[in-house]
Design a protein around this ligand. Structure first.
Ligand code: TYM
Length: 336
């Protein structure tokens, strides 16, 4: 019998905070779907990460469930993929503590996301926010991950994850697989509709982003109001025309059309027509997900089953890595 080839492993996570956006979809969720047939995938709702900001417990639970339902509605098959809540596998926090001891203050204070978030939440710059990338490294390393599908904003975190893993391996031997990033070719950084030099973020005001669950008329309205420029030319020039470039990227990512093709069709016709066409492509991508979401989120028994089975399957893999780490450090359970 032919030897079975071990498939490469994928891990990624999304925070259950606010409404998931079109940025989350194009940058991450859509790639999760494209990868599920060829890889062994784990996709986590990273609720421990959400605790760096004060959360209302009831709202957090709802947001976690919403995020899981969105994973499923976007097409992730829970048989093929392990879908689970990070907080339900305690090894994440455990490895996080271990890796804290292999990470330097200087490294963490250089993280741009830490600097941004510290500026945003100046009254609550807690240690969790500071060591957030270490917990993220633990998520990835626990599963001996080969590939991490993420948007461009997470690149720096992935790099520090690799540094921490290499540092640990240099001392203890080959404990962790060194992961690579997997970024979308177009749309790795979807920008804000109102300030197209900043990334689209679910923690910004509503009119700056499109939520995956926004109804078609809202999507159209938000895109019509998106900031462009006064030139009326649909040309891809991110530096000088960031608003138009962002809309072109969104359309290109969702339809597979090239920038030239989009430019040829819409240049010289006024931005109104172009924005409506972008809205059509966004609505066409999101409407089927929204329909599935309605159906799945009403099926509590199904969601419960996905959650329970995800926890069991993820927990078993995480446990194996954790035992390996514990043995290396001299903190595995032992008999005298
Ligand atoms: P989060 O929850 O902010 O975002 C989830 C995913 O969406 C991507 N993304 C974007 N992509 C393109 N354009 C945008 N405007 C945009 N906004 C968000 C993010 O890059 C991400 O892939 N720290 C992570 C969650 C996390 C994680 C992990 C990811 C925790 N542990 C382990 C990968 C592996 C975060 O806050 O993502």
């Amino acid at each position: 019998m032919a030897e079975q080839v071990q498939r490469q492993r994928i891990f990624s996570g999304i925070q259950p905070t606010g409404n998931l956006t079109l940025g989350n979809y194009i940058g991450a969720l859509r790639n999760f779907n494209l990868l599920q047939d060829e890889y062994d995938c784990l996709y986590s709702i990273v609720d421990l990460h959400a605790l760096t900001v004060r959360q209302d417990p009831t709202e957090l639970r709802k947001a976690c469930l919403r995020t899981m339902a969105l994973f499923l509605a976007s097409g992730l098959d829970p048989e093929k993929n392990i879908i689970y809540f990070q907080s339900q596998v305690s090894a994440h926090a455990e490895l996080g503590w271990v890796l804290d001891n292999f990470t330097y203050m200087g490294e963490m204070s250089r993280m741009t996301q830490f600097k941004d978030k510290a500026a945003k939440h100046a009254d609550n710059i807690n240690c969790g926010l500071f060591t957030y990338p270490v917990l993220m490294a633990s998520d990835i390393l626990l599963y001996q991950t080969n590939l991490v599908p993420i948007g461009a904003d997470q690149k720096q975190h992935l790099e520090i994850c690799r540094d921490i893993a290499e540092r640990f391996n240099a001392i203890y031997g080959d404990v962790f697989t060194i992961p690579e990033g997997y970024f979308p070719k177009v749309g790795a950084r979807v920008m804000s509709l109102q300030e197209p030099t900043r990334k689209m973020s679910k923690s910004d005001p509503e009119d700056t982003y499109i939520a995956i669950l926004d109804k078609p008329e809202i999507i159209r309205k938000k895109l019509r109001r998106a900031i462009t420029d006064s030139e009326n030319s649909v040309v891809y020039d991110p530096e000088n025309k960031p608003g138009v470039a962002n809309l072109m990227s969104i359309m290109s990512a969702l339809t597979g059309r090239s920038m030239d093709d989009i430019s040829n069709e819409y240049s010289g016709q006024g931005y109104g027509k172009f924005k409506d066409a972008v809205a059509d492509s966004v609505i066409a991508a999101l409407e089927p997900i929204q329909r599935e979401y309605e159906r799945i989120s009403a099926d509590k028994a199904y969601l419960q089953q996905v959650m329970d089975s995800g926890r069991e399957r993820a927990g078993a893999i995480a446990h194996r890595t954790m035992l390996k780490v514990r043995k290396k450090l001299g903190i595995a359970p032992w008999k005298l």
